[in-house]
Design a protein around this ligand. Sequence first.
Ligand SMILES: [Zn+2]
Length: 149
Amino acid sequence: MKFYLEENLEKLARWLRFLGYPAYTIKGEINLSKIKPDGVFITTSRRWYERLKKLGINAFLVPRHDFELQLCSVVKHFKLRHELSLNLCAYCSSPLVSVSREEVREKIPKRVYEEGEDFTLCPGCGAVFWKGSHYERMKRKLEEILKKC
Ligand SMILES: [Zn+2]
């Protein structure tokens, strides 16, 4: 399952990537040429939602401002997994590759080199990820949010 989102839904897109689903934000004004038929288009605009539905394009409407409600409704509607998968880049959705801490030594702060675990590298944009204290925080945050669904 793949998602395309309005530019203002970047936070939601990032969390969909954390769950392991490719999510791409569409930069700038939405127009039909930017909407690809191989995924679901997530929008906050009822006008666009109705328009796309009429054209037979898979679209999903989320509330405009409440990020937690947005994530909940998408997870529930599409029966997405309730766990962090962290196998996709948080920025560009490319599948991450496992690397040793030595391989990314020059790209990360010294403290992370010493304390981080499970290093991964994005072949798409070069970003480096690792498990640290933020990982537990993200897990708790996700549980909190999904409890509200
Ligand atoms: Zn990337």
